[in-house]
Structures are given as C-alpha cells and as structure tokens.
Design a binder for this molecule. Structure first.
Ligand SMILES: CC(C)(COP(=O)(O)OP(=O)(O)OC[C@H]1O[C@@H](n2cnc3c(N)ncnc32)[C@H](O)[C@@H]1OP(=O)(O)O)[C@@H](O)C(=O)NCCC(=O)NCCS
Length: 347
C-alpha cells in the first residue's frame, strides 16, 4: 500500500526517473531545466520546500503531484491555493486508485485547487471526483496574414483555398491603428504593478494575485522562455501591462499573447496594448496572434480589435476550499481573470 507525504530533497533523482518513464525524455529534460525556478524559487512558497506530494512504496516512488502555489483572489478575499501540474503515477500502478489519493491529498492541503490544460486521464479523474469543470479557457485568434487560418490537419490545397477566400477579411481586421496612450517596454516589474493589481481587485471575482514579485518570477526569471513585456503608463501611473512572445508552429508563425492586465473597463488602455502587440507581431512576421482569456470584458474588447473565438485546447477546473462560494460562483465566470500565463501552460 502506498504512503503519501511531502517531497524531500533526496527524492529528486527518483522523481526525475519516474517523470522520464511517464512523460518521455524530451519532457523530462525540459522539466529538469525549469525545475529550480518552478518549484524552489516561487515567491509564494517562501519556505523554498517544493509543494509536491509523493506516493511511496517502501523506498520506491510510484507517483507524485507537483503544484505551483499562488495567492488567489476569490470574491474579495485572498486564499492560498495552487495550480496542480505534473501529476503522474508509475505505468504499472495506474488505474489502481493512486491518482485519486494524490488528488485528494493535494485538495485537503490547499485553500483552492486549480487545474489548467489537463490530459485526458486527469480530466476524467477530475470528472470522477465531481470537481467543478469551469473550462475550457476561451481561446481567441487575430489573423494577420492569409496563412493565419491554415490548419495542420487540412490538406495543402484546402489550406490554400481557405487562405484565398478569407484574404479580404484578414486585410480588414489586420489594419494598423494608432496608439493613444504611452506604452513602454520594461525589464522589471516595480511597486507600480502591485498598486495596479490592488486597484483592480474589486473588478475581479477570481484571479491569481499579480503583484510585482509574482510577475517578476513568472515572466522575467523563467529559464525556459523569454518574454517581451510592455507597460501602459499615464503620467507616472502604471495602468496595465502585456506579456508576449513569438513562436514558430508547423503551419506558420504565431505571436502568443501570454498575459495582460488593465482595468477591464479601460477600453482605450487595453486596446492600446493590443495595438502594440499587433505591430510587434507584424514586425516579427507572425501570421496570427493567439490569446486565452476568461474575463468577458477583455474578450469583448479583443473581439472589437479583430480577434475571433476559436475552439480552445485548454481545460480548466477550480475548487475553492478556504471560503464558502456556493455553486453559482462556478457558473458566472465573466469576471474571472485567467490567461495562458497562468499555471505552467506556456512551457
Ligand atoms: C492521471 C494519472 C495520474 C491518474 O492516476 P491513476 O492512479 O491511474 O488514477 P486512478 O486509478 O485513481 O484513476 C481514477 C480515474 O481516473 C480516470 N483515468 C485514469 N487513467 C485514465 C486513462 N488512461 N484513461 C481514461 N481515464 C483514466 C478514470 O476516471 C479512473 O476511474 P476508473 O478507473 O474508475 O475508470 C495517471 O493516469 C497518469 O500518470 N497518467 C499519465 C500522466 C498524465 O497524463 N498526467 C496528467 C498531466 S495533466
């Protein structure tokens, strides 16, 4: 019978070997590269001891649940929660109930249990446990060139035809528009960003606390990706930011709009940031911009700026334990702020 307890320093090699067996060599190498930053340097884990639960059978590790602790704003209060990620059970021990015990142990130890981008098996397990399914995380795309609507699954002839037919629309939505507020590239999040977060909390029902410390760790310090960040400034006040990067995908180049924050009612401010990203995407020769956004206010402004809703690939589950929220909380997601920058989705 397996025993579940917290991660110890001496477990690192055995967990790495198990990760290799479950997820393969490439994923294990990438995980190793991120590990210190992701688990030991998270500012929401001041003890420095990774928030990982381990399933042991004698000296052997047969499973783990690794998480990313965050401070979560939930309807007017801050609770300690965590994103669940990298849950795994040794192949020969799967489908014997160990995963369920790991999920429940994590849940019993956190004020809020959050999951983004689930695998088929973990999605089914969340369903079996009857955790609130609040996904998928809405996905939006802004086409910039006629290659934007291509799909790897379509034959080339179909892709060419779609590109030709949609070209007039793409030319309209991708027009350059002028910027109307000051936008400035930054390499540091300072106290002005914490002040922005604190000003905006009354407008949000759920969001990870996006203060300067968290933003620095999440978007400036990661070893595996390099982001570009710009701030929206009015006089000396920080009124918003956006985080993005450009990637090459099989059918073209994509600018990922990874994370952002402004007042959702600040139409001029948010649209200015979107226009900045448009220009950057165009100068990076991107075919489209892709974003994930839960908040209905931001999505509305994105649609007015040429973004279209497309099918999302990211499932989302959230279970609030520390405060009583009631069932309706999970049905009204308009003011939840969740993006691709949350959890460790952008790897
Ligand atoms: C996800 C995982 C940790 C679950 O652990 P587990 O010990 O197999 O889970 P349990 O035995 O407690 O399974 C309970 C339920 O999970 C779901 N489930 C687990 N594995 C599944 C699979 N391969 N296909 C479909 N459903 C699955 C089922 O609902 C199952 O209930 P059932 O057996 O009554 O049908 C394990 O399957 C795993 O390591 N998967 C590979 C890695 C992975 O995908 N991690 C998730 C990353 S987000």
């Amino acid at each position: 019978m397996a025993e579940i307890d917290r991660y110890r320093l001496a477990d690192r090699r055995a967990i790495d070997a198990l990760y290799r067996r479950v997820f393969g060599h490439d994923a294990a190498d990438a995980n190793r590269f991120r590990w210190d930053w992701q688990y030991a340097r998270n500012p929401n884990n001041p003890s420095g001891v990774p928030e990982i639960w381990v399933a042991r059978e004698g000296p052997t590790i047969v499973g783990q649940y690794a998480t990313m602790p965050v401070r979560l704003w939930v309807k007017g209060q801050e609770v300690y929660g965590s994103w669940g990620m990298d849950v795994m059970v040794a192949p020969e021990r799967q489908r014997q109930g160990l995963g369920e015990i790991l999920f429940r142990t994590w849940d019993q130890n956190v004020g809020a249990a959050l999951g983004l981008g689930l695998s088929e098996s973990s999605y089914r397990l969340f369903k079996k446990l009857k955790w609130p399914d609040v996904g998928p995380l809405p996905c939006l795309v802004k086409p910039l060139t006629r290659r934007a609507l291509r799909r790897p699954s379509w034959p080339m002839a179909i892709n060419r035809l779609v590109s030709a037919l949609t070209l007039p629309l793409v030319l309209v939505v991708s027009r350059t528009k002028p910027l109307v507020a000051q936008v400035e590239p930054i390499r540091r999040f300072d106290a002005g960003f914490t002040a922005l977060w604190e000003r905006l909390t009354p407008k949000l029902d759920l969001s990870v606390r996006r203060d300067a410390e968290y933003l620095t760790w999440k978007f400036i310090e990661p070893p595996h990706v390099r982001y570009t960040i710009v701030a929206l400034k009015r006089e000396d006040r920080i009124d918003g930011y956006v985080v993005y990067r450009h990637v090459q995908e099989p059918r073209g180049r994509v600018t990922l709009l990874v994370d952002f924050l402004t007042d959702p009612d600040d139409e001029e401010g948010f649209k200015t940031l979107l226009r900045w990203v448009d220009r950057e995407a165009r100068s990076a020769d991107s075919d489209k911009i892709r974003a994930f956004a839960m908040h209905a206010g931001f999505r509305k402004l994105m649609k007015q700026s040429g973004y279209f809703s497309v099918k999302s690939t990211i499932d989302f589950t959230a279970k609030i334990n520390a405060v009583e929220v009631g069932e309706a909380f999970y049905q009204h997601l308009e003011n939840w702020h969740v993006t691709l920058g949350d959890s460790d989705q952008d790897r």
